[in-house]
Design a protein around this ligand. Structure first.
Ligand code: ITT
Length: 210
């Protein structure tokens, strides 16, 4: 059984289109480490979620990266949505940036099932590390960081525009791609081109072969 780790219902709805019925949501709020990119955040989350669940997990970390703001809000997208709100992000972009106010949505999926993906690490190294590690929490943390994680990335380019549409979630109403905002698209239209859809398609192909 694969657990799709997120507290966000919108992500789950989209992900289930790409994944089999034996995938269920794990509503687990993993620690989001501070980083300027999504990869390390998702990888850390997948390791922590796997330690928690004891089953294969897929973590989805995503964000809106505005070019003229050097990628802001990026990894802080959820925090900025909760504090400023999506409309304020649009107003800031409109006040500060010239058209076309380019931006991208990015999604990283991090998969962890406790098994290595390529050649297994030298067992002697592994034993050494275990012996050298301190007891208790420190040892747990070290073992967690040693868990192998596989990453899948999806990116879609667009621009920031005044909010339009009622569909989707999060920043969808202010992100336009090919003349439509993500909030004006049907779920399958969005999935067909979105950052999450692209990452999920890569993951699904790899997972089917695993
Ligand atoms: O961490 P989890 O529990 O998965 O849920 P979250 O909503 O906090 O997820 P993130 O940390 O990945 O934050 C992503 C932010 O970017 C937004 N976001 C992610 N994917 C999006 C999408 O497809 N369309 C619009 N906004 C999106 C989302 O609303 C959040 O504000």
């Amino acid at each position: 059984m694969l657990r799709y780790v997120t507290t966000n219902e919108g992500k789950v709805r989209e992900a289930l289109d790409y994944l089999d019925d034996d995938v269920t949501q794990l509503d687990f709020d993993y620690t989001e480490v501070q980083a300027s990119e999504l990869g390390p955040i998702a990888a850390h989350g997948a390791r922590e979620a796997y330690r928690y669940a004891g089953e294969p997990v897929l973590v989805d970390d995503a964000g809106l990266f505005i070019d003229g703001f050097e990628g802001f809000p990026g990894p802080y997208s959820a925090y900025v949505e909760d504090t400023l709100g999506v409309e304020t992000v649009y107003r800031l972009a409109a006040a500060e940036l010239d058209e076309p106010r380019r931006a991208s949505f990015r999604c990283i999926l991090a998969y962890c099932d406790g098994d290595p993906f390529e050649a297994s690490p030298d067992p002697i190294d592994r034993d050494d590390r275990t012996v050298a590690a301190a007891h208790g929490a420190e040892q747990d943390a070290e073992e967690t960081e040693a868990l192998p994680v596989k990453l899948f990335e999806g990116v879609v380019n667009g621009r920031i525009i005044p909010p339009r549409g009622d569909g989707g979630f999060g920043y969808d109403p202010i992100f336009e791609h090919d003349g439509k905002t993500f909030a004006e698209m049907t779920a399958s239209e969005k999935n067909g081109i979105s950052h999450r859809g692209r990452a999920l398609a890569k993951f699904a192909t790899w997972y089917a072969e695993r």
